[in-house]
Write a protein that binds this ligand. Structure first.
Ligand SMILES: [Zn+2]
Length: 291
Protein backbone atom coordinates (compact mmCIF):
# COMPACT_ATOMS: atom_id res chain seq x y z
CA UNK A 1 0.00 0.00 0.00
CA UNK A 2 1.30 3.46 -0.86
CA UNK A 3 1.41 5.88 2.03
CA UNK A 4 1.13 9.56 1.20
CA UNK A 5 2.84 12.40 3.05
CA UNK A 6 0.72 13.41 6.07
CA UNK A 7 1.53 17.11 5.44
CA UNK A 8 1.31 17.59 1.65
CA UNK A 9 -0.19 14.24 0.47
CA UNK A 10 2.51 13.66 -2.16
CA UNK A 11 3.42 9.99 -2.65
CA UNK A 12 6.95 10.68 -3.94
CA UNK A 13 9.57 9.83 -1.33
CA UNK A 14 13.17 8.66 -0.89
CA UNK A 15 15.07 6.74 1.76
CA UNK A 16 16.83 8.54 4.65
CA UNK A 17 19.51 7.83 7.26
CA UNK A 18 16.80 7.34 9.87
CA UNK A 19 16.73 3.69 10.86
CA UNK A 20 14.17 1.12 9.82
CA UNK A 21 12.34 -0.41 12.72
CA UNK A 22 10.83 -3.91 13.06
CA UNK A 23 7.64 -3.85 15.07
CA UNK A 24 4.58 -6.11 15.31
CA UNK A 25 5.98 -8.35 12.54
CA UNK A 26 6.50 -5.54 10.03
CA UNK A 27 9.26 -3.25 8.80
CA UNK A 28 8.59 0.45 9.15
CA UNK A 29 10.77 2.75 7.12
CA UNK A 30 11.30 6.50 7.60
CA UNK A 31 11.30 8.16 4.17
CA UNK A 32 11.57 11.77 3.01
CA UNK A 33 8.79 13.44 1.03
CA UNK A 34 10.26 14.85 -2.19
CA UNK A 35 7.68 17.63 -2.22
CA UNK A 36 7.84 19.15 1.28
CA UNK A 37 10.89 17.31 2.78
CA UNK A 38 8.88 15.93 5.70
CA UNK A 39 10.19 12.58 6.93
CA UNK A 40 7.41 10.07 7.54
CA UNK A 41 6.96 6.41 8.29
CA UNK A 42 5.96 3.95 5.63
CA UNK A 43 3.64 2.08 5.96
CA UNK A 44 1.47 3.92 8.50
CA UNK A 45 0.74 1.80 11.58
CA UNK A 46 -2.56 -0.10 11.31
CA UNK A 47 -5.21 -0.25 14.02
CA UNK A 48 -3.53 -3.44 15.33
CA UNK A 49 -0.15 -1.73 15.46
CA UNK A 50 -1.69 1.19 17.40
CA UNK A 51 -3.15 -1.19 19.96
CA UNK A 52 0.27 -2.87 20.35
CA UNK A 53 2.03 0.51 20.56
CA UNK A 54 -0.04 2.04 23.32
CA UNK A 55 -0.65 -0.37 26.19
CA UNK A 56 -2.31 1.32 29.15
CA UNK A 57 1.07 1.52 30.88
CA UNK A 58 2.37 3.87 28.14
CA UNK A 59 1.60 7.09 30.00
CA UNK A 60 3.24 6.45 33.40
CA UNK A 61 2.60 8.38 36.59
CA UNK A 62 2.19 12.12 36.90
CA UNK A 63 5.63 13.54 36.49
CA UNK A 64 6.25 16.65 38.51
CA UNK A 65 9.95 17.05 37.97
CA UNK A 66 11.08 20.60 37.31
CA UNK A 67 11.48 20.00 33.58
CA UNK A 68 7.74 19.55 33.07
CA UNK A 69 6.81 22.16 35.65
CA UNK A 70 8.86 24.81 33.89
CA UNK A 71 7.57 23.73 30.51
CA UNK A 72 3.95 23.84 31.67
CA UNK A 73 4.43 27.22 33.39
CA UNK A 74 5.73 28.64 30.14
CA UNK A 75 2.69 27.34 28.24
CA UNK A 76 0.33 28.83 30.85
CA UNK A 77 2.11 32.18 30.64
CA UNK A 78 1.70 32.17 26.85
CA UNK A 79 -2.00 31.30 27.14
CA UNK A 80 -2.54 34.24 29.49
CA UNK A 81 -0.69 36.47 27.07
CA UNK A 82 -3.04 35.66 24.16
CA UNK A 83 -6.34 34.93 25.92
CA UNK A 84 -8.21 36.05 29.01
CA UNK A 85 -10.58 33.09 28.93
CA UNK A 86 -10.51 30.00 31.15
CA UNK A 87 -12.27 27.13 29.41
CA UNK A 88 -9.49 24.78 28.36
CA UNK A 89 -9.29 21.50 26.46
CA UNK A 90 -6.12 19.42 26.84
CA UNK A 91 -6.30 17.17 23.78
CA UNK A 92 -4.06 14.16 24.50
CA UNK A 93 -3.75 15.01 28.19
CA UNK A 94 -1.54 11.98 28.96
CA UNK A 95 -1.00 11.51 32.68
CA UNK A 96 -2.57 14.88 33.51
CA UNK A 97 0.58 16.81 34.42
CA UNK A 98 -0.47 19.86 32.39
CA UNK A 99 -4.04 19.80 33.74
CA UNK A 100 -2.68 19.70 37.29
CA UNK A 101 -0.89 23.00 36.72
CA UNK A 102 -3.70 24.52 34.65
CA UNK A 103 -6.06 23.84 37.58
CA UNK A 104 -3.66 25.59 39.95
CA UNK A 105 -4.01 28.55 37.59
CA UNK A 106 -7.83 28.49 37.77
CA UNK A 107 -8.53 27.02 34.33
CA UNK A 108 -11.70 25.01 33.84
CA UNK A 109 -10.28 21.82 32.30
CA UNK A 110 -11.41 19.03 30.02
CA UNK A 111 -8.91 16.24 29.25
CA UNK A 112 -9.15 13.86 26.30
CA UNK A 113 -7.23 10.61 25.83
CA UNK A 114 -7.32 7.60 23.51
CA UNK A 115 -7.35 4.94 26.25
CA UNK A 116 -10.50 4.43 28.30
CA UNK A 117 -8.52 2.82 31.17
CA UNK A 118 -6.43 5.96 31.44
CA UNK A 119 -9.58 8.14 31.49
CA UNK A 120 -10.99 6.05 34.34
CA UNK A 121 -7.80 6.32 36.37
CA UNK A 122 -7.48 10.09 35.71
CA UNK A 123 -11.09 10.64 36.77
CA UNK A 124 -10.22 9.07 40.13
CA UNK A 125 -7.13 11.24 40.63
CA UNK A 126 -8.62 14.66 39.81
CA UNK A 127 -11.57 16.64 41.10
CA UNK A 128 -13.52 19.01 38.89
CA UNK A 129 -11.94 17.91 35.61
CA UNK A 130 -14.04 16.50 32.82
CA UNK A 131 -12.13 13.53 31.34
CA UNK A 132 -13.40 11.92 28.13
CA UNK A 133 -12.13 9.17 25.90
CA UNK A 134 -11.81 10.03 22.25
CA UNK A 135 -15.18 8.51 21.29
CA UNK A 136 -17.08 10.37 24.01
CA UNK A 137 -15.33 13.58 22.94
CA UNK A 138 -16.20 13.15 19.27
CA UNK A 139 -19.86 12.59 20.12
CA UNK A 140 -20.14 16.01 21.76
CA UNK A 141 -20.25 19.56 20.41
CA UNK A 142 -18.97 21.48 23.41
CA UNK A 143 -16.66 24.38 22.51
CA UNK A 144 -13.55 25.70 24.23
CA UNK A 145 -11.60 28.96 24.55
CA UNK A 146 -8.20 27.31 24.60
CA UNK A 147 -7.15 24.04 22.98
CA UNK A 148 -3.80 22.74 24.20
CA UNK A 149 -2.10 19.98 22.19
CA UNK A 150 1.31 18.87 23.38
CA UNK A 151 3.39 16.01 21.94
CA UNK A 152 0.35 14.65 20.11
CA UNK A 153 0.43 15.61 16.41
CA UNK A 154 3.53 13.52 15.63
CA UNK A 155 1.65 10.39 16.78
CA UNK A 156 -1.18 10.88 14.27
CA UNK A 157 -1.48 9.57 10.73
CA UNK A 158 -4.17 12.21 9.98
CA UNK A 159 -3.00 15.41 11.72
CA UNK A 160 -4.89 17.68 9.26
CA UNK A 161 -8.19 15.98 9.89
CA UNK A 162 -7.69 16.18 13.65
CA UNK A 163 -6.93 19.93 13.54
CA UNK A 164 -9.96 20.54 11.27
CA UNK A 165 -12.20 18.70 13.71
CA UNK A 166 -10.74 20.57 16.68
CA UNK A 167 -11.27 23.92 14.92
CA UNK A 168 -14.99 23.22 15.09
CA UNK A 169 -14.64 22.85 18.85
CA UNK A 170 -12.80 26.15 19.31
CA UNK A 171 -14.75 29.35 20.00
CA UNK A 172 -14.29 32.02 17.33
CA UNK A 173 -12.08 34.12 19.61
CA UNK A 174 -10.29 31.04 20.97
CA UNK A 175 -6.65 30.01 20.61
CA UNK A 176 -4.70 26.85 19.89
CA UNK A 177 -1.48 26.30 21.80
CA UNK A 178 0.46 23.45 20.25
CA UNK A 179 3.93 22.12 21.02
CA UNK A 180 6.03 19.09 20.16
CA UNK A 181 9.18 17.80 18.55
CA UNK A 182 10.60 18.95 15.21
CA UNK A 183 13.02 16.08 15.02
CA UNK A 184 14.40 16.91 11.61
CA UNK A 185 15.10 20.57 12.37
CA UNK A 186 18.73 21.61 12.36
CA UNK A 187 20.69 21.50 15.62
CA UNK A 188 24.10 20.25 16.65
CA UNK A 189 22.54 17.18 18.28
CA UNK A 190 20.69 16.33 15.03
CA UNK A 191 23.98 16.34 13.10
CA UNK A 192 25.37 13.81 15.61
CA UNK A 193 22.19 11.72 15.50
CA UNK A 194 22.22 11.58 11.70
CA UNK A 195 25.91 10.61 11.62
CA UNK A 196 25.24 7.89 14.16
CA UNK A 197 22.13 6.64 12.32
CA UNK A 198 23.96 6.70 8.98
CA UNK A 199 26.85 4.61 10.30
CA UNK A 200 24.48 2.09 11.89
CA UNK A 201 22.25 1.84 8.84
CA UNK A 202 24.74 1.84 5.97
CA UNK A 203 27.95 0.46 7.52
CA UNK A 204 26.75 -1.83 10.30
CA UNK A 205 23.42 -2.82 8.72
CA UNK A 206 21.64 -2.44 12.05
CA UNK A 207 17.93 -2.13 12.57
CA UNK A 208 15.74 -1.09 15.44
CA UNK A 209 12.94 -2.84 17.28
CA UNK A 210 11.01 0.07 18.70
CA UNK A 211 7.42 0.96 17.90
CA UNK A 212 7.04 3.63 15.19
CA UNK A 213 5.62 6.05 17.77
CA UNK A 214 6.36 9.13 15.70
CA UNK A 215 4.62 9.08 12.35
CA UNK A 216 6.70 11.98 11.08
CA UNK A 217 9.86 13.97 11.77
CA UNK A 218 9.29 17.59 10.74
CA UNK A 219 11.38 20.73 10.62
CA UNK A 220 10.22 24.25 11.55
CA UNK A 221 9.25 25.08 7.93
CA UNK A 222 7.14 21.91 7.64
CA UNK A 223 5.44 22.72 10.92
CA UNK A 224 4.68 26.37 10.09
CA UNK A 225 3.31 25.42 6.68
CA UNK A 226 1.13 22.77 8.28
CA UNK A 227 -0.58 25.42 10.43
CA UNK A 228 -0.94 27.82 7.49
CA UNK A 229 -2.49 25.02 5.39
CA UNK A 230 -4.82 24.30 8.32
CA UNK A 231 -6.09 27.89 7.87
CA UNK A 232 -4.85 29.09 11.22
CA UNK A 233 -3.26 32.49 11.81
CA UNK A 234 0.02 32.41 13.66
CA UNK A 235 0.30 34.55 16.80
CA UNK A 236 3.54 33.07 18.13
CA UNK A 237 6.10 30.51 16.95
CA UNK A 238 9.18 29.51 18.85
CA UNK A 239 11.89 26.97 18.08
CA UNK A 240 14.01 25.70 20.93
CA UNK A 241 16.49 22.93 21.64
CA UNK A 242 15.86 20.49 24.46
CA UNK A 243 17.97 17.50 25.55
CA UNK A 244 15.41 14.86 24.51
CA UNK A 245 15.97 12.20 23.17
CA UNK A 246 19.37 12.58 24.83
CA UNK A 247 19.61 12.48 28.64
CA UNK A 248 18.89 15.79 30.38
CA UNK A 249 20.95 15.19 33.52
CA UNK A 250 24.26 13.60 34.28
CA UNK A 251 22.88 11.50 37.13
CA UNK A 252 20.75 9.43 34.70
CA UNK A 253 23.56 9.18 32.14
CA UNK A 254 24.92 5.72 32.96
CA UNK A 255 27.83 4.53 30.82
CA UNK A 256 30.17 6.36 28.47
CA UNK A 257 27.77 6.58 25.50
CA UNK A 258 25.02 8.16 27.61
CA UNK A 259 27.50 10.61 29.15
CA UNK A 260 28.65 11.60 25.67
CA UNK A 261 25.01 12.08 24.59
CA UNK A 262 24.41 14.23 27.65
CA UNK A 263 27.33 16.51 26.75
CA UNK A 264 26.31 16.74 23.09
CA UNK A 265 22.80 17.76 24.21
CA UNK A 266 24.26 20.43 26.52
CA UNK A 267 26.48 21.78 23.75
CA UNK A 268 23.59 21.69 21.28
CA UNK A 269 21.36 23.67 23.67
CA UNK A 270 24.20 26.18 24.15
CA UNK A 271 24.64 26.68 20.38
CA UNK A 272 20.91 27.11 19.86
CA UNK A 273 20.99 30.18 22.12
CA UNK A 274 22.82 32.03 19.34
CA UNK A 275 20.48 31.12 16.50
CA UNK A 276 16.70 31.11 16.95
CA UNK A 277 16.22 28.67 14.04
CA UNK A 278 18.19 25.87 15.72
CA UNK A 279 16.25 23.43 17.86
CA UNK A 280 14.29 20.19 18.07
CA UNK A 281 11.05 21.49 19.61
CA UNK A 282 8.43 24.09 18.81
CA UNK A 283 5.69 26.04 20.55
CA UNK A 284 2.92 27.53 18.42
CA UNK A 285 0.03 29.82 19.29
CA UNK A 286 -2.59 30.41 16.63
CA UNK A 287 -6.22 31.32 16.11
CA UNK A 288 -8.83 30.61 13.46
CA UNK A 289 -8.24 32.63 10.30
CA UNK A 290 -10.77 35.46 10.11
CA UNK A 291 -12.68 35.20 6.85
ZN1 LIG B 1 5.13 16.21 1.85
Amino acid sequence: MITSCPFCFSTQNVSTVFENTYFNGKIFEYRKCLECKLIYVQPFPSHDDYVAMYPTTYQGEINLDTLYRNENSKIIKLINQYSNKKKLLDYGCGNGSFILQAQENKFECTGVEFSNELIISLSKQFNNVNFQNIIEFENKNEKFDIIHISNVLEHLINPFEVIQNLKRRLNDDGIFIISGPIENNLSLALVFRKLFFGVRKYFLNKNNNHAPFHIFYSNSTNQSLFFTKSELSELYFEVKEIAWPFPSNLRDSKGLAKKLMYFIAKLSIFFSLFNKKLGNNFIYVGCKKKS
